[in-house]
Design a protein around this ligand. Structure first.
Ligand code: DAH
Length: 340
């Protein structure tokens, strides 16, 4: 009697295990048949009333039925787990060889680009590329460049003064002083870098900008050497021959000093809004190194001469790309930067 009941029970439960479509359904079957208050448990509770030999036989049968069902259950659970894993692998499949979405390669800042380009050019001409500190001594930034204490460049408005006779360099010219000390004559050097002025910021003024200083010291250096050097430089920058002219200009560290103009590249000297109808655009200051500067640099001005120039890298970038507001350059604005 109990045996048949057990066999039928085993049959139905097995069928329900196989028919279960979800882990939840399967769990319901397990609780109902094999749980603490399930059918099998009920049957074993009723065994107390059986005769001892009956008890042994049914007990054994009960056990095999139970383990049989348990393993059928485990097998089905495993099938569900495997199916779930397969579904997940399908859903989360990814092609690791695809390029990542939404990244674009960065690029160098236009100032860095032009600086590196010029460093390459000058290096190929045998010129040393020197670096100097942004925090300079008052001596290197001013005194050694023949800038007297009452010169407007020392005005508190223009210079960021630090403590102990230090300042943020207002130009790259102090690297001339360092260059003379380090290299001695003859020398051919450039020094690109960042400079600082205590300025009100507007479309054409920044407190921080870039210059490229150049200096050549040798025997019998003339203005002709300087002009040739400048023309080579400008031809490279603008990728064409440029007509230049010199106007007198005053800088304490050169004598004579000049402003070098180039013929307007937009109108070829005809006159246009960019050159304000003059046909010429002011490009860079330069001159023959002042004897005092050579002397303070430990170089005998009777034996040696030189020329120097201070190219405004920031201005050059603006001219090259037609940027009309200097503030874009340090804005960090990606809409601006992505154009280069
Ligand atoms: N240091 C000057 C400035 O920032 C620019 C300059 C002028 C540099 C004439 C030179 C030079 O080397 O010869 O205003």
């Amino acid at each position: 009697m109990l045996e048949t009941q057990l066999e039928t029970l085993a049959g139905t439960v097995r069928a329900r295990i196989l028919a279960a479509q979800t882990p939840d359904e399967l769990e319901a079957v397990r609780v109902e048949a094999l749980g603490r208050k399930g059918t099998i448990a009920d049957i074993s509770k009723g065994m107390g009333k059986l005769a001892p030999e009956e008890k042994a036989r049914i007990g054994k049968l009960l056990n095999t039925t139970k383990t049989g069902l348990e393993s059928a259950l485990a097998e089905r659970q495993q099938e569900f787990a495997a199916a779930a894993l397969r579904a997940r692998l399908d859903a989360e499949w990814l092609d690791v060889t695809l390029p990542a979405a939404g990244t674009r390669p960065g690029s160098l800042h236009p100032l860095t680009q032009i600086q590196q380009e010029l460093e390459d050019l000058f290096t190929s001409m045998g010129v040393a590329v020197l670096d100097g500190p942004e925090v300079e001594s008052e001596y290197n930034n001013f005194d050694a460049l023949n800038i007297p204490a009452d010169h407007p460049a020392r005005d508190m408005q223009d210079t960021f003064w630090l403590s102990a006779g230090q300042c943020l360099r207002t130009h790259t010219s102090p690297v001339q002083v360092r260059g003379m000390a380090r290299l001695g004559p003859p020398l051919l050097m450039i020094a690109p870098g960042r400079v600082f002025r205590n300025e009100e910021v507007d479309p054409s003024h920044e407190h921080t900008f870039y210059q490229l200083e150049g200096m050549m010291v040798d025997r019998d250096v003339s203005i002709a050497h300087m002009l040739f050097f400048m023309k080579t430089l400008l031809k490279h920058i603008f990728r064409r021959d440029v007509t230049v002219r010199l106007r007198p200009g005053y800088f304490p560290f050169v004598e004579p000093g000049f402003e070098l103009d180039i013929q307007c590249l937009i109108c070829n000297g005809e006159g246009c809004p960019v050159c304000k109808q003059s046909g010429w655009v002011e490009l860079l200051p330069c001159g023959l190194v002042h004897p005092n500067v050579l002397r303070m640099g430990g170089i005998d001005p009777e034996q040696w001469g030189g020329f120097a120039f201070g190219l405004g890298l920031t201005r050059l970038v603006m001219m090259r790309y037609g940027i009309d507001d200097i503030r874009y350059l340090q804005s960090g604005d990606l809409r601006f930067l992505r154009q280069f």
